[in-house]
Design a protein around this ligand. Structure first.
Ligand code: SAH
Length: 257
């Protein structure tokens, strides 16, 4: 508790984009920050919540564009932390989900700099909200798996495709927009029915949000055709089946009687 109250460095989740989805605490430290280090997935409106005289450092990392290396970001974070300034390191979504937070926390610990982590709304749950679809469902989806779609050297990661398929849970793939054709082929080869519901959501919670609905067999083609410019998250599993319009209408009538 004492460490938390004394922390001058915060690793904070910026959520999926919509500034309204920031936590109250993240909004508070952003507004108070002397220095703000942020990634490219952090929405400009969130960065604009900083004080006019705050130092803004874009350490943006997106495929193709120049970005600071992870080692440089760690060095920068430690250097800023040492000055005693109020430093906020903002990461898209939740810092602890595919956010390279371990490297940054290790660097801060090694330098003896106290820090606090502020969680954020991760892309998976923001997508579920956009789809109005629960990621878990009694008797249908009993587990939830967050996977990366991106392996070393831009290839596919070495997942245990059979176990994931057998789990019958909901699979959420981060960073899988480019590798979806390969991922889908692995799942189908591992025994997943080609008709398994699958949905891709681009730019969740932002103006450019697009929802692509299909099956594990059809979704890769839909995503390639859509030529997404924003980040894409892919959700796979029975829980993603579109609610039958007639069923929900009947349910509504039943409830009204
Ligand atoms: N820490 C982040 C994830 C970083 S990895 C989080 O918790 O959400 C980057 C991946 O996250 C993207 O490739 C994409 O799969 C997903 N992502 C992040 N923001 C997104 C958004 N607004 N819409 C769709 N996918 C998003």
């Amino acid at each position: 508790m004492l460490e938390c109250m004394m922390a001058r460095v915060f690793l904070a989740g910026a959520g999926p984009g919509d500034p309204e989805l920031l936590t109250v605490k993240a909004a508070r430290v952003i507004a108070a920050a002397d220095v703000l280090l942020y990634d490219s997935l952090v929405d400009p409106r969130v960065v604009a919540m900083a004080r006019a005289d705050a130092r803004l450092i874009d350490v943006g990392k997106r495929c193709g564009r120049h970005s600071a290396s992870q080692a440089e970001i760690c060095r920068l974070l430690v250097a800023q932390g040492r000055t005693g300034a109020l430093v906020v390191r903002l990461k898209g979504g939740d810092p602890m989900v595919f956010g390279r937070a371990t490297e940054e926390m290790d660097a801060l610990r090694a330098a003896g700099i106290g820090f606090e982590v502020i969680p954020g709304v991760t892309a998976a749950t923001a997508a579920a909200a956009a789809l109005r679809c629960s990621l878990t469902r009694r008797g249908v989806a009993r587990s939830l798996h967050f996977l990366t779609g991106h392996g070393a050297e831009s290839g596919l990661p070495a997942h245990d495709w059979v176990s994931l398929t057998k789990s019958g849970g909901t699979l959420v793939v981060y960073m899988g927009g480019q590798t979806l054709p390969g991922l889908a082929a692995h799942f189908i080869e591992a025994g997943m029915a080609p008709g398994m519901p699958a949905v891709a959501v681009e730019s969740v919670s932002l103006e450019g949000q697009r929802i692509m609905r299909g099956t594990i067999g059809s979704l890769p083609g839909l995503v390639v055709d859509a030529r997404a410019a924003g980040p894409v998250i892919v959700l796979i599993g029975e829980a993603l089946a579109e609610p039958d319009a007639l069923d929900s209408l009947l349910l509504q009538i039943e409830m009204e009687v």
